[in-house]
Each structure stands twice: as C-alpha cells, then as structure tokens.
Write a protein that binds this ligand. Structure first.
Ligand SMILES: [Zn+2]
Length: 169
C-alpha cells in the first residue's frame, strides 16, 4: 500500500517520524501516525436449537462455499451494528448480540474479522438472492467439511463456537 501523504483526520501534510522502530508518515497537528490499515469484517454465530446458521455464497471466488453471516464494516457504523445489519441482510433474521466470541487476523492479509455470538429476536429465514443460494442451521457434529467453508475465518469462528462454554453463574 502506498504511504499516505495527508492526515485522514484533518488533511495536514504528513511528515516522516520514527515511531516504534519504523519511519512513519505522521501528522504534526493531531499526532496521527500511519500503522497498518485493515478492513474489518463483522460476523455472527447465530445459534438456534443447538445449530449454527451458515449461508452458502453464490458469487465470487468462494461461490458454493458456506460462510458465517456477516460482512465488512462501513465508515459510519460500529462493528456491532455491522454484524447485526449484515446478518439481517443475508438471512432475514433480526438478531441481538450476546458478546464477543473471537477475532481472526493473519499477518500480510489486511482484514480483521470480529465474531460475535448472537440470537434471533424476530424474522424468518430469507436469503439475499444476490449473495447466497441458501442458508441453514448446522449442529456441531454435522458442520460442512473444511473444504466447503468459505474463509479461514469461517473455520476459526466455528472452532471457537464449538469450544465455547458459557460462564458459570
Ligand atoms: Zn492530523
């Protein structure tokens, strides 16, 4: 990625400054310094009757593979809002979040995936036809095989779900 020339907060021309052992474009006005930029993916683990909700993608390089409901966070929303919005868009369910389950990131691959546990408040299952061909609930012992999962973060999220134990009262 090309280095930034101007501060994304206030537009000031950035100057090279050594921070944490690297020269980084830095804003002399507000102190912004360029570290890595990532996209943020917000996903949900929606559980019902012991099964987890997966959607089968029908576009792009992962066509036909199963993914957790979710998508990329926009500039004007929180990660939690994105998780709820994307889940509703992709599955028809309105959900409430029950807490952070896990995060996934890999060096050199600039996306941070944040995975929440969630439960259905209302709605009926209805996939977005331009994003998914179907959606279904899978019990822990009958998840799709690894090669049918869309992303490494999908496998990571399902592993975290299987390992999750609710806190004891
Ligand atoms: Zn600035």
């Amino acid at each position: 990625m090309a280095a930034l020339a101007f501060c994304p907060r206030d537009g000031t021309r950035l100057v090279q400054t050594r921070i944490d052992g690297r020269d980084r474009p830095t804003c002399p006005v507000c102190g912004f310094a360029e570290f890595m930029f990532v996209q943020i993916g917000a996903n949900t683990i929606v559980e019902r009757d012991g099964g987890v909700l997966l959607v089968r993608l029908n576009y792009g390089p992962r066509d036909g593979h199963w993914a957790l409901p979710g998508g990329l966070v926009e500039n004007d929303e929180t990660i939690e809002e994105a998780a709820r919005r994307e889940t509703t868009e992709e599955t028809g369910f309105t959900v409430a979040l029950d807490g952070l389950l896990s995060t996934w990131m890999r060096p050199g691959f600039p996306i941070l995936v944040v995975i929440y546990r969630a439960h259905i408040i209302s709605g009926t299952l209805r996939v977005a036809p331009d994003e998914a061909s179907e959606a279904a609930f899978f019990p822990k012992e009958k998840l799709p095989p690894l090669e049918e999962l869309a992303w490494p973060s999908t496998a990571h999220g399902l592993d975290a779900w299987r390992a999750y134990e609710p806190p004891r009262p």
